[in-house]
Design a protein around this ligand. Structure first.
Ligand SMILES: NC(=O)c1ccc[n+]([C@@H]2O[C@H](COP(=O)([O-])OP(=O)(O)OC[C@H]3O[C@@H](n4cnc5c(N)ncnc54)[C@H](O)[C@@H]3O)[C@@H](O)[C@H]2O)c1
Length: 263
């Protein structure tokens, strides 16, 4: 087999992708890089207005879709819309996620259910629907799950539900990678550390503005590279995992945290 040239290795030309939570933050960063690399992108987000505004900011084949990944119908709706819009589905990025901060001893059961429903159940069911479509197409595919450094180690008190969901994301990634390998569908995870996004710029759910500021400052002080990341730090790794650059990787995770897990 002849080696691909660099330009071709990074190209997503002719590929169709779904990015959940694509209207802002890390998701929007990924949409931008995918479009730049030539992919057609279904930008799925619970905030329909933000999804439309995000799509309008970029030029390329981008279809916004208002959908809550935690709903029972989301997975089929997203896959059907992608196939209808672009003729298939080659790349899925499960990025949508929420991070309310409430210590377990004060946590209402509904909060646990909501976090698990969006961060884990939604990701699992969409991976299933996308996986079925990829198997049907018979040309392989790439599934990229956005976990967190909290998939490996709790970073702060109050994230018990979140950490449980993100630990699940990592184990699900490995399990699905094994199941999908015979179909040439690669399944990998990115585990971001602290990334400045719309979601971390506002007071975190369950915290006041000053508590959020204090927590983020304390977190940033401990990052060996000395600063928070930006969405493009994650988007570049997502492009790597979506492109032929990573064709022999599956069931793997890439930590992108400025060294936070080292200390
Ligand atoms: N920012 C960080 O520091 C950080 C660190 C580790 C992991 N992550 C993970 O990265 C992902 C994105 O985080 P972010 O900081 O960009 O978040 P964000 O809050 O800035 O953006 C999240 C996007 O997802 C959408 N969304 C939320 N719930 C949804 C739902 N039920 N269905 C569809 N869309 C939904 C929001 O409308 C928004 O557009 C999350 O899974 C998060 O857990 C973020």
């Amino acid at each position: 087999m002849s080696a691909m040239e660099c330009k071709e290795l990074c190209s997503l030309a002719g590929k169709s992708a779904v990015v959940t939570g694509g209207a802002m933050g890390i998701g929007f960063g990924i949409v931008k890089r995918f479009v730049e690399a030539g992919a057609s992108v279904l930008l799925a987000d619970v905030d329909g207005k933000a999804a439309e505004a995000a799509a309008a900011r970029l030029s390329g084949r981008i279809v916004p879709l208002a959908v809550d990944v935690g709903s029972d119908t989301a997975a089929d709706t997203i896959v059907a819309r992608c196939v209808e819009s672009f003729g298939g589905l080659d790349i899925l990025v499960n990025n949508a996620g929420i991070f309310p901060t409430v210590p377990l001893l004060q946590m209402p059961p509904e909060l646990f259910d909501r976090v698990l429903r969006i961060n884990l159940r939604g990701l699992v069911l969409l991976s299933k629907a996308a996986g079925l479509q990829m198997v049907k197409q018979g040309r392989g595919g790439k599934i990229i799950n956005i976990g967190s450094i909290d998939s490996l180690r709790p970073s702060t008190v109050g994230l018990a539900a979140y950490d449980t969901s993100k630990g699940g994301v990592l184990m699900f990634t490995r399990s699905l990678a094994l199941e999908m390998a015979p179909h040439a569908v690669q399944v990998n995870a990115i585990l971001p550390g602290g990334i400045t996004t719309e979601g971390t710029a506002h007071p975190l759910e369950g915290m006041t503005e000053s508590q959020t500021k204090e927590m983020l400052e304390a977190f940033t002080r401990k990052i060996p590279l000395g600063h928070m990341g930006v969405p493009d730090d994650i988007a570049k790794v997502a492009l790597f995992l979506a492109s032929p650059m990573s064709d022999y990787m599956t069931g793997a995770h890439v930590v992108v945290d400025g060294g936070a897990l080292l200390v």
